[in-house]
Design a protein around this ligand. Structure first.
Ligand code: ADE
Ligand code: ZN
Length: 350
C-alpha cells in the first residue's frame, strides 16, 4: 500500500536524513579518509607514494574494481597499531551517528594486515574497543564481519580463519570480497562450510562485476544469507525470482557502483528495477572515503537522480536494512517503531 502517497517531494531529503537506518555493507578500511591516512602515516613513520592529501585524493579516479583495490590496499598500509584500528573505526562511527545509523555491521579484511605482520590481536583489539565505545558514547550498535580476500588462495583463507577463531565471540560472520572477476565463490566452498560449522553468518560479494552465476554460487556453494552488491542478478530473471521468494537481501551501494563503473551514472542504476522486483534491497556506502560519500549521501544522490523513487521507497529501504541485519527480532521491532515515529514526525513538519 502507498502509505506515503501524499508525502511532498521537497521534504524527501529531510526524510532520508532523519530516518533511522542500519548500514550492512561498509568496509572499515574503506572509511579511511586521506587526512587520517596521512596522520597515521606520520604517527607510524610510514612513507606513502603520494606527496600529500591532495595528491592522494587526485588518484581516486577509478576505472574498475581492481584500480580501486590497488589504492585501497595501499591506504590500509598505514594501519599498524591497535590505536590505529580504533581511531579508524571511531571516525566512521562518529560519521555514522550524523547519518542516523543506529546499527552497523562492519566488514574488515584481516589478511590485508596480517600479511604485513600486524597481529590479529592488534586488529581485533582496536575494532572491538571502537564497537564498545560506539555503543556507550554514541548509542550505535555494531558487529564485525571478517572478509576473506578472494584474490588469495583457499589455504590463505583457512589460515586467516584459524588466526581469527580465538576471537570467535567478537565477530558474527564472514564475507568474501576483493577482486571478483576470475575468483568465483566455489574456490572457498570448503572454508565457508567450516565457517558455518562455527555458527558464523555468511555473506558474500557477488554480481558486482562478476556474472549472475556467482550470485547463484554464493547461495548454493557458500550458503550466503545476504548478497553484497548483487546488482547483476537482473541478467538472470529466474535468479531474481528466487532472491525475491527466499527474501535474500542485496546490500546495494550506488555511489560505489558509479565510481567503479558498474553503472555510468546514478540515473542508470537499476535500484528501481530491483525494488520493483520485490527484492529486499538495502542502501550502503561500501568504501565511503573513496567513493564520494557516506550513507546519507548515497540516499540523497540516488533519490535525486531517480525521480521514480518515492518516500515509500525510502521507508522500505530503511525497513529492509533492519530486516536484513543480523540482530534479534525484538531489536528490529524497536527500530521499525522508531522509523515509523520519525516518518510521522517529518510528514507533519511544515
Ligand atoms: N573491498 C572493498 N570494497 C570492495 C568492493 N566494492 N568490492 C569488492 N571488494 C571490496
Ligand atoms: Zn564491498
Amino acid at each position: 500500500m502507498d502509505t506515503l502517497a501524499d508525502f511532498p517531494r521537497q521534504k524527501l531529503p529531510a526524510l532520508l536524513q532523519a530516518m533511522p537506518k542500519a548500514e550492512l555493507h561498509v568496509h572499515i578500511e574503506g572509511t579511511l579518509e586521506p587526512e587520517l591516512i596521512f596522520a597515521l602515516a606520520r604517527r607510524n613513520g610510514v612513507t606513502l607514494r603520494y606527496a600529500d592529501v591532495q595528491a592522494l585524493r587526485a588518484a581516486y579516479a577509478f576505472t574498475d574494481l581492481q584500480s580501486f583495490l590497488d589504492i585501497y590496499y595501499a591506504g590500509a598500509s598505514v594501519l599498524l597499531q591497535e590505536q590505529d584500528f580504533f581511531d579508524m573505526a571511531m571516525a566512521y562511527f562518529r560519521r555514522a551517528a550524523v547519518d542516523r545509523i543506529v546499527h552497523a555491521e562492519l566488514f574488515f579484511d584481516p589478511q590485508t594486515h596480517t600479511a604485513r605482520g600486524v597481529p590479529m590481536q592488534t586488529i581485533m583489539g582496536g575494532l572491538v574497543r571502537a564497537c564498545t565505545a560506539a555503543r556507550s558514547e554514541l548509542g550505535i550498535s555494531s558487529a564485525l564481519i571478517l572478509c576473506f580476500l578472494r584474490h588469495l588462495s583457499e589455504a590463505d583463507a583457512f589460515d586467516a580463519l584459524e588466526q581469527a577463531l580465538p576471537y570467535r565471540q567478537h565477530f558474527i560472520g564472514v564475507g568474501l570480497d576483493s577482486s571478483e572477476r576470475g575468483h568465483p565463490p566455489d574456490k572457498f566452498a570448503r572454508v565457508f562450510a567450516q565457517c558455518r560449522e562455527h555458527g558464523l553468518h555468511i555473506v558474500a560479494h557477488a554480481g558486482e562485476e562478476g556474472p549472475a552465476q556467482y550470485i547463484r554460487d554464493a547461495l548454493d556453494l557458500l550458503g550466503a544469507q545476504r548478497i553484497d552488491h548483487g546488482v547483476r542478478c537482473v541478467e538472470d530473471p529466474e535468479l531474481v525470482r528466487r532472491l525475491a521468494r527466499e527474501r535474500i537481501p542485496l546490500t546495494v551501494c550506488p555511489l560505489s557502483n558509479v565510481k567503479l563503473k558498474v553503472f555510468d551514472t546514478l540515473a542508470e542504476h537499476n535500484l528501481p528495477a530491483l525494488l520493483d522486483a520485490g527484492l529486499c534491497v538495502t542502501l550502503n556506502s561500501d568504501d565511503p572515503a573513496y567513493f564520494g560519500g557516506y550513507l546519507n549521501q548515497n540516499f540523497l544522490e540516488t533519490f535525486a537522480a531517480l525521480p521514480q523513487l518515492t518516500a515509500d521507497h525510502a521507508a522500505q529501504l530503511a525497513r529492509n536494512s533492519f530486516d536484513a541485519s543480523f540482530v534479534a527480532e525484538a531489536t528490529k521491532g524497536r527500530w521499525r517503531d522508531e522509523l515509523a515515529r520519525v516518518i510521522a514526525q517529518v510528514a507533519k513538519e511544515p
